[in-house]
Design a binder for this molecule. Structure first.
Ligand SMILES: [Zn+2]
Length: 84
């Protein structure tokens, strides 16, 4: 997997997600997503939720099994409510 620089914290990571054309690491994705999940009425939250879902849904063309495994380990609770 390619390593890319996070647009948020500038850390180089092989695990990243794309958020509106920017590459962000899983940690930042989680942090941003967590804040956004508290206000799911914003369109930004919907977009990020859709990005996360695309990478963790085996039916999605963007599905990334490594990312899926990592994010489920980091935040299993996310997959009990918002992502089902
Ligand atoms: Zn980051």
């Amino acid at each position: 997997m390619k390593r890319r620089k996070c647009a948020c914290c500038k850390r180089v990571s092989s695990q990243f997600i794309e958020d509106r054309g920017q590459v962000i690491c899983v940690d930042c994705g989680l942090r941003i997503g967590e804040a956004l999940m508290e206000n799911l009425k914003t369109s930004r939250a919907t977009e990020l939720a859709e990005s996360l879902k695309a990478y963790t849904d085996p039916a999605s063309p963007e599905y990334d099994p490594d990312f899926d495994e990592e994010i489920r380990e980091l935040r299993p609770d996310w997959f009990c409510h918002e992502m089902n």
